[in-house]
Design a protein around this ligand. Structure first.
Ligand SMILES: Cc1cc2nc3c(=O)[nH]c(=O)nc-3n(C[C@H](O)[C@H](O)[C@H](O)COP(=O)(O)O)c2cc1C
Length: 199
């Protein structure tokens, strides 16, 4: 499928077929694709937690507001996390990067202060989301990005000391009745003239 076809056909899945599970080989591909996500100065300030365990999914579903049934019915949930603070980034990520990256970070980013650096780190994780949604669709996997979750509740379950949850993505196979699929509800996007400018 061409990338344009993927853009036209992927959609935020609202209802999953709970009887269908993604095979391990495909999950391994998705893990490797996330590991290969691009980021500014190759900072990679993220962690991606894949969950298939039904007990953990059920506990996470209680912190998932309107997304509860997606978490319960999807094959897997992937939680996207960022390093919990700037100090942690500097200690566990920056130390793995080349000297010229550290020099750039200290000269350009750090003087902006912790809030500025955290905003920049979080932006990198969102970039991996776009990469992931497209990659999943290219493998025939349906998905739902979800900011509508209680991230503190997720953290209380995931217990990952150095990272905090930003958002999650359910992945699996659509229920064939899912009304949000483009064949039943055409995609809404703003006009090309509104969003694209050619000068
Ligand atoms: C960062 C982000 C967070 C989102 N959070 C939710 C969510 O919590 N629940 C949900 O059903 N859809 C969520 N969506 C899906 C969007 O509403 C959807 O992508 C948008 O309406 C465009 O529709 P499409 O993805 O079907 O083309 C989210 C999308 C993004 C990119």
């Amino acid at each position: 499928m061409s990338f344009l076809n993927i853009a036209q056909s992927r959609y935020a899945t609202k209802k999953y077929d709970s009887s269908k599970k993604i095979d391990d080989e495909t999950i391994d591909k998705l893990k490797e694709i996330l590991r290969l996500s691009p980021s500014s100065v190759n900072s990679q300030p993220w962690r991606f937690t894949f969950i298939a365990n039904e007990d953990i999914k059920s506990r996470l579903s209680e912190f998932s507001f309107n997304n509860k049934n997606k978490v319960l019915d999807a094959s897997h949930i992937v939680v996207f996390s960022v390093v919990k603070d700037v100090k942690t980034f500097e200690n566990i990520k920056l130390t793995q990067l080349p000297d010229h990256t550290t020099a750039y970070y200290n000269r350009v980013l750090k003087p902006g202060g912790d809030e500025h650096v955290m905003t920049w780190l979080i932006a990198q994780v969102y970039l991996s989301l776009g990469f992931f949604l497209s990659a999943a669709a290219s493998l025939g996997i349906d998905s739902t990005p979800m900011e509508g979750i209680d991230t503190n509740g997720y953290d209380s379950i995931l217990q990952d000391d150095d990272y905090k949850t930003l958002f999650a993505v359910t992945i699996g196979y659509r229920d064939k009745e899912d009304k949000n699929q483009p064949s039943l509800t055409p995609k809404f996007r703003m006009d090309k003239d509104d969003v694209i400018r050619s000068i």
